[in-house]
Design a protein around this ligand. Sequence first.
Ligand code: PLP
Length: 439
Amino acid sequence: WEAELDVYRAARPASERLWREGLVHMPDGVPMLWMAKWPGPWPVFVERAAGAHFRCADGIDHVDLCLGDTGAMCGHAPAASVAAISERLAAGATMMLPTRDAAVAAELLSDRFGVPSWQFALSATDANRALIRYARQVTGRPKILVIDHCYHGTVDEAYATLDADGAVVERRGNIGAPVPPSLTTAVVPFNDLPAMEAALATLEVAAVLIEPALTNIGIVLPDPGWHAAVRELCDRTGTLLIIDETHTLSAGPGGMIARDGLRPDAVVVGKSIGGGVPAGAYGMTAAFAAAVRDSLELEDIDVGGVGGTLAGNAVSLAGIRATLSEVLTAEAFTGMIDRCTEWTVGVQAALDEFDVPWQVTQLGARAEYSFRPTPPHDGREAAEADDFELQQYLHLHALNRGILITPFHNMALMSPATTAADVERHTVAFREAVVSLFG
Ligand code: PLP
């Protein structure tokens, strides 16, 4: 660890200088606190990012397998998105009036995710907040059910977890929660149908909000039949089912919803769909959308406490239109998933060679290795396998070889621009790290 730290310090003086300048007026020297959560003594400052690579302020080229925590699943600065976004920016961005891209973007999303009625937001967090409000509005019920160790953005209701006694408590790091989360939120473990059934039977739940696979505590896949059973429980109890595909879009062009034939009442997407600019979107079934309309007095200017000046802005919509139709295409996903399979095979081969009892889970274009021999079944099992120091070492080792993997996890994501050579660079570096630990 110390030797890797020395390498990092010696190679990144420009980043250090920028970080020290940043410290004067920003906590931790960065514009958003998570940017400080990297393994080195200071963050890498980026000069330029294109495709699957970025060059830092010190001139080092990196293969980017983090890709903005999926925000750049489309690759950095994809040409079609940049052209559409630039053109729209030059033609006016913030009118709070619709542009012709809106209907096209909504249709593209409908085709992919199978629900017909879309609204736009600035982020996936915003989209989740809007749907939570709508769900409460149309059901008249107070609570949202989420999965333990989920993440749906900085949404109050979803920032909850189970303590050792099974009580709903604030998630660590929940800053300034307005009310105790036990008042707004029910939490059950992933893949635990009896727990969900019990919660829906007793807790006045407006909506179940899930990722179709957990992706924010490593990757945890659903048991066969889990989604169908969740749908059935929601139907039986009159509970809305919201599926957040922000990350699981990695499974394919229509995320896990299209790949696995899931049937949500509402869908959330964000991050990469904008092609590099802030974007979020939420789609509803015709029945849910009609219930929302019926429940609102739409002649009232204050339409339900959702939206915002910049939600649905022309630049986001141009980005979504171009990215979905020209960048994150079905063909692109085929290549991304192939690259990810190569990554998975490479990591597994290094683990097998040295009998390391870790396993790799792939979800389409994204994969993760976890420090346990079998796939985790729920968030708690995944969390128990965490080893912060080991993870920090592996990330720093990779960074020193010009490879960025997703912080907080051992995850890699492929973009349409990621090449077999990029994957090979990781495979070689990863094996070297395994040798340094177990060789
Ligand atoms: N939903 C999921 C599943 C996420 O993983 C995230 C962020 O990681 C969000 C929503 C929030 O996205 P954003 O921070 O872009 O609002």
